[in-house]
Every structure is written in structure tokens, then in C-alpha cells.
Design a binder for this molecule. Structure first.
Ligand code: HEC
Length: 127
């Protein structure tokens, strides 16, 4: 008896691990999937829908810590900048380095994944 299931599981796993493409072409579909799994428990992309974190509709160009009714740290509301791609890249990589005292602790270490998520958010921002 061969253990075909085990073998194919290993093959699929190996394929996933080697699926880092050099050419960074983030697809919005990939970004949506990443957003759902990494951000969606705390954030919605629908205007006004605040969860543990603020909604992220129109996040690009939005002033940090500015959503009415969202629960923010003092650090974020006092930060005084607006979100652009560079800030998002840096914040998602290491939130506390960009905004010391922020209550968001989730980080995405993979630059291509961050880009895919940001592109998805940009799409959802209608700009
Ligand atoms: C465990 C819950 C949680 C997860 C998961 C999470 N966040 Fe957050 N996020 C927060 C909280 C809470 C805040 C408010 C932080 C503060 O006030 O310091 C926040 C703030 C933000 C802000 C600033 C919003 C504003 O109005 O200034 C952005 C942008 C953001 N998150 C993006 C993301 C993205 C993208 C992901 C997925 C990669 C993510 N977050 C995952 C809880 C989370």
C-alpha cells in the first residue's frame, strides 16, 4: 500500500513554500484573500463598519486615527499624518515602530503580501 495522500500533501506543501515569485505582481484577488485571513477579523472595508479596529474604506489618503466611533489609541489619534502607500508598508511591517504605543500588533513581514493587501485596499477605496 502506498500512502498517496501523504505524498500529495507533501507535494502541495512544497509547492506552496516555493511559490514566492520574484516578479512582484500582486493580484487583487490574492490581496483580498490575505486581507480576509489576516485583517478581516478586526477590520472591515465597508464604510462605518468598525470592529476591534476601524473600517478601512478609503484608507489611502485618510488621516490616521480619524474614523468616528472607532476605538483608537492616543498614539494613533495624535500621530497627525495621512496614510499613503509608504506609511502603510511601514506600519504593516512593524506597527509599533511607525506609531509607538499603537494597539495594533499584527504585522505582515512579507513585502509582496503587504503590497497585495495595500493594492486591494486601494481598489476598495475607489481610487
Ligand atoms: C487583532 C486585531 C487586528 C488585526 C488582525 C489587524 N488590525 Fe489593523 N488595527 C487594529 C486596531 C485595534 C487598530 C487601531 C490601532 C490604534 O488605535 O493604535 C488598527 C489600526 C489599523 C490601521 C490605521 C487605521 C486608521 O484609521 O488610522 C490600519 C491602516 C490597519 N489597522 C490596517 C490593518 C491591516 C491591513 C491588517 C491586516 C494585515 C490589520 N490592520 C490587522 C486591530 C487589528
Amino acid at each position: 500500500m502506498t500512502n498517496k495522500l501523504l505524498v500529495s500533501t507533501i507535494i502541495v506543501g512544497a509547492a506552496l513554500c516555493s511559490a514566492q515569485s520574484q516578479a512582484q505582481e500582486p493580484s487583487t484577488a490574492g490581496g483580498e484573500r490575505l486581507f480576509r485571513s489576516r485583517c478581516g477579523s478586526c477590520h472591515s472595508v465597508n464604510m462605518g463598519e468598525n470592529r476591534v479596529g476601524p473600517h478601512l474604506a478609503g484608507i489611502l489618503g485618510r488621516k490616521a486615527g480619524s474614523v468616528a466611533g472607532a476605538r483608537y489609541s492616543k498614539a494613533l489619534t495624535a500621530s497627525g499624518f495621512a496614510w499613503d502607500e509608504d506609511r502603510l508598508q511601514a506600519y504593516l511591517n512593524n506597527p509599533r515602530q511607525v506609531v509607538p504605543g499603537t494597539t495594533m500588533s499584527v504585522s505582515i513581514r512579507d513585502a509582496a503580501q503587504r503590497t497585495a493587501i495595500i493594492e486591494y485596499l486601494r481598489d476598495r477605496s475607489g481610487g
